[in-house]
Design a protein around this ligand. Structure first.
Ligand code: HEC
Length: 328
């Protein structure tokens, strides 16, 4: 499929989804029709369609913004440029001479200034962040006042979702993984991801925004000091479900090399051979030329640890495939 074809169907898919959620309940045949029209685009989970807007009213409660945005999965260290679609080529190529001509702004008190110097080769205008007027920079981009805004991805996701009804804006990850802006820093308190935070993740994914971690390989030297998690059957059992979800399709349901598994390696043999940092390194970075995807930006350290614990217990013979305990 050409880039344009993919883009067009993605656009239609988003447009359709937005329309469907506006109209509320729609019948199944309409959904099927819309999917058929969207053509070769990624399949749409049925539950995405009938949902009411899960972030409705979020901007009316600026005090709750930090906690909400801290809970957006995967994008906590990511900054994006938000710009009008017609400038897409410039922001893909990032040619310094072209960028120098543009009006770009960011909120003060965030790593955006450093990101702009490092990735855009130029300073940006800095404005104080006023939670009462959080929409300001994106509204300025929409009105043409600005060419682009450099924003923390969870905030950008919320704002673009709320403001850009006609899908005129594009988002693109820039810079190295960086912490949230000072004004929006908060601890994640809820164990479950709130529906709005999850919707923001889905929205950013729909726009093709990559978590910043995906753009930089992890250096093995940053992992060497880490210690393997302790042996713990409960954690290992939790890891069984994560393994099934993220690894089994290639490494097989049993985690051993089998004729119907895609990966030509036996994790029950590999794992005891690798140091823990070595295992982490492979899982985080992948070996893309050999078909092993990198999971940085997709799985949390804690989740990789649980998978490690599961495979380790399987290698020790303490757990059966799927996490069931061994028969006494
Ligand atoms: C899309 C398929 C795919 C998925 C999904 C996948 N792997 Fe792999 N993995 C591979 C392939 C292929 C190799 C062999 C790469 C090579 O030979 O360099 C591999 C190699 C590995 C190795 C190195 C083993 C060795 O002996 O060299 C480890 C460790 C590993 N995978 C762990 C995982 C874990 C943990 C997950 C889930 C979080 C996972 N993989 C998900 C395809 C996959």
């Amino acid at each position: 499929m050409t880039m344009d074809g993919g883009r067009r169907s993605e656009r239609m898919r988003r447009g359709c989804r937005r329309a469907a959620s506006r109209a509320g309940e729609r019948t199944a045949w309409l959904l099927a029709l819309a999917v058929a029209v969207a053509g070769a685009g990624a399949p749409i989970a049925a539950q995405e369609w009938g949902e009411e807007a899960p972030c409705a009213g979020a901007l009316d409660h600026p005090d709750a913004l930090p906690e909400l945005l801290a809970a957006v999965p995967k994008y906590g260290n990511t900054y994006v440029l938000v710009y009008r679609d017609r400038l897409r080529q410039i922001f893909q190529d990032l040619v310094p001479a072209e960028l120098a001509e543009l009006r770009i702004a960011a909120y003060d008190g965030s790593p955006a200034a450093a990101i702009a110097e490092g990735a855009l080769f130029r300073p940006v205008d800095l404005l104080p962040f006023d939670p009462q007027q959080a929409t300001r920079l994106v509204a300025d981009v929409l009105s043409g006042e600005l060419d682009a805004a450099l924003l923390w991805a969870p905030l950008a996701g919320l704002l673009v979702q709320e403001l850009d009804f006609d899908y005129q804006l594009s988002l693109r990850t820039v810079g190295l993984p960086s912490p949230p802006p000072a004004a929006l820093q908060a601890a994640v308190t809820a164990a479950d991801v709130p529906p709005c935070a999850d919707a923001i993740r889905g929205f950013l994914e729909g726009y093709g925004v990559l978590p910043a971690e995906k753009l930089v390989p992890i250096d093995i030297r940053d992992l060497l000091h880490l210690e393997a998690p302790p042996r713990d059957l409960e954690a290992a059992r939790a890891g069984a479900a994560l393994y099934a979800q993220h690894c089994a399709r290639c490494h097989g349901p049993e985690a051993v090399a089998s004729t119907d598994a895609l990966a030509p390696v036996d994790l029950l043999v590999s794992l005891p051979r690798f140091s823990y940092p070595g295992f982490l390194y492979i899982v985080l970075n992948g070996r893309s030329q050999n078909g092993m995807p990198g999971f940085r930006g997709s799985l949390e350290r804690q989740q990789i640890d649980a998978i490690y614990q599961y495979v380790r217990e399987r290698a020790h013979g303490t757990l059966h495939a799927g996490g069931a305990g061994r028969r006494p």
